[in-house]
Design a protein around this ligand. Structure first.
Ligand SMILES: [Zn+2]
Length: 459
């Protein structure tokens, strides 16, 4: 356990046998400055002795420390699906850019204080070196990634290309199967397939992000979203949606397509105002074979393209600024997802004070973020140091999660339960882990462990 044992970021697990050392994920810690200081190579993880990495999916909290390994001279390989490799490059380039900006600011402060400058954890060159170190691994294709360590990926239904990992370890004539759930998606969500369960394991590491609750049914959320959109269209306002570029942006486009197709509202312009979301959407289009049957059929028939004919990608800053003068009704999808930076801030500044506009929050907003202030009903907020009145309506939609709820986690584990594995709960806040641990013990009568960072599990 090198991360994500008692929190939800910095996921990293080291599989160690006498002959091999393999990392499953090597994510970054995200949050406060104190949390981000955890982004180091853990002591004892000598890059020279690391045989391979298996990446479950491209979220920053699962791949964010890979460029740091590269910076220490490690040269792969990283086994992952093709979509994960493509999306990871996008995520890591963006992270390198943001890190460079942060560091420049911090180093100017240090210079004024007479302190020596800090070195970057990694930069774009490291990401560039990392890119060819990815080895494409298909779902259900077993591969020996190190002596005596064979892995197999299956679809985790969380984001495009996401995987759960089955690792078979052989040592001294004995075999152990360790299953890593990775982040598991909900069932029945559009575009992606449902998570594939496993049938056997000696040990299973199960995520527990929503181990203490179920989500609202997606259908309820969509009905509510329909009401909001109809209302704002009637008053010819703008709908601002702070959007995570990978997964959420595509899901929102999908929803707008469905709403137009069902004639819920007449088609109006949707501005995809995020270079990263535009690229992530392109990567989705390049990996149609990962879509579920319904989504593939809508693409194949050309129907989706027709439904989305009012979508306008805004790649440049000039196109983004031009949206200030765009008439309503329209929707603007822009990052960052929690309003902590990015183009959404400009749109909030120009529109929050307008009563005909609406802000739709369709993702998790962490404590201390501008997005959270809006969710909590602030009547005015500070944007770029300016006080802006909140007269737009603010709506929170809870059902768009990319994570399985408690019931879905239990169902996924149910397929494995007859094999009587040891269950290790990871990737959740303590409360969520404890709640899921109780349910697993009650329902399956299996032993449950809730390890801490740095803890080893003997197989
Ligand atoms: Zn994830």
């Amino acid at each position: 356990m090198l991360g994500a044992a008692g929190g939800v970021t910095g996921q990293a697990f080291l599989l160690e046998t006498r002959r091999a050392r393999v990392l499953v994920d090597f994510g970054a810690f995200q949050g406060s400055r104190a949390v981000e200081r955890l982004n180091v190579l853990p002591r004892g993880l000598a890059p020279g002795k690391l045989d391979a990495v298996v990446a479950t999916h491209a979220h920053y909290d699962h791949v964010g420390r890979l460029p740091m390994l590269v910076r220490q001279g490690w040269r792969g390989p990283v086994h992952a699906t093709r979509a994960t490799a493509q999306l990871a490059e996008l995520v890591l380039r963006d992270a390198a850019r943001l890190h460079a900006q942060d560091l420049a600011r911090e180093n100017r402060r240090r210079a004024r204080a007479g302190e020596p400058p800090l070195e970057p954890r990694f930069d774009e060159t490291d990401v560039e070196i990392l890119r060819p170190l990815f080895r494409r691994l298909e779902y259900d294709e077993p591969r020996e990634v190190a002596p005596g360590v064979t892995v197999r990926l299956v679809d985790a239904g969380h984001i495009l290309g996401s995987a759960s990992v089955e690792a078979s370890l052989e040592e001294a004539g004995e075999r152990r199967v360790v299953v890593f759930s990775g982040d598991l998606g909900p069932r029945g969500a559009p575009i992606l397939r449902d998570p594939t369960p496993f049938r056997r394991a000696d040990v299973v590491l199960l995520e527990s992000t929503y181990g203490d609750r179920d989500h609202r049914p997606l259908a309820d959320t969509l009905a509510e979203a329909g009401d909001i959109v109809r209302e704002v269209v009637a008053r010819r306002g703008k709908i601002l949606i702070p959007t995570f570029a990978i997964g959420r942006a595509q899901l929102l486009l999908w929803w707008f397509a469905a709403a137009f197709r069902a004639r819920l509202v007449p088609p109006f312009p949707i501005y995809l105002d995020s270079p990263m979301a535009i690229q992530a959407t392109r990567i989705h289009a390049e990996n149609l074979e990962l879509f579920d049957d319904e989504a593939r059929e809508l693409v194949r028939s050309g129907r989706l393209r027709r439904d989305l004919r009012t979508v306008r990608p805004c790649a440049t800053a000039r196109q983004s600024r031009a949206l200030n003068d765009a008439p309503g009704p329209c929707a603007i999808l822009a990052g960052s997802g929690m309003c902590t930076g990015g183009r959404i801030l400009h749109h909030l500044k120009h529109n929050l004070w307008r009563p005909d506009c609406a802000v739709v929050i369709a993702g998790y907003q962490a404590e201390g973020t501008l997005g959270r202030q809006l969710v909590d009903g602030a009547t005015s907020v500070s944007v770029f140091g300016e006080r802006i009145a909140v007269r737009a309506s603010v709506h929170t939609l809870g059902g768009f999660s990319a994570h399985a709820g408690q019931g879905e986690l239990l169902a996924w584990l149910g397929a494995l339960a007859p094999a009587k594995p040891r269950v290790v709960l990871v990737h959740g806040e303590d409360g969520a882990r404890a709640a899921l641990a109780r349910r697993v013990q009650q329902r399956f009568r299996l032993p449950v462990e809730v390890p801490l960072i740095g803890e080893a599990i003997a197989l």
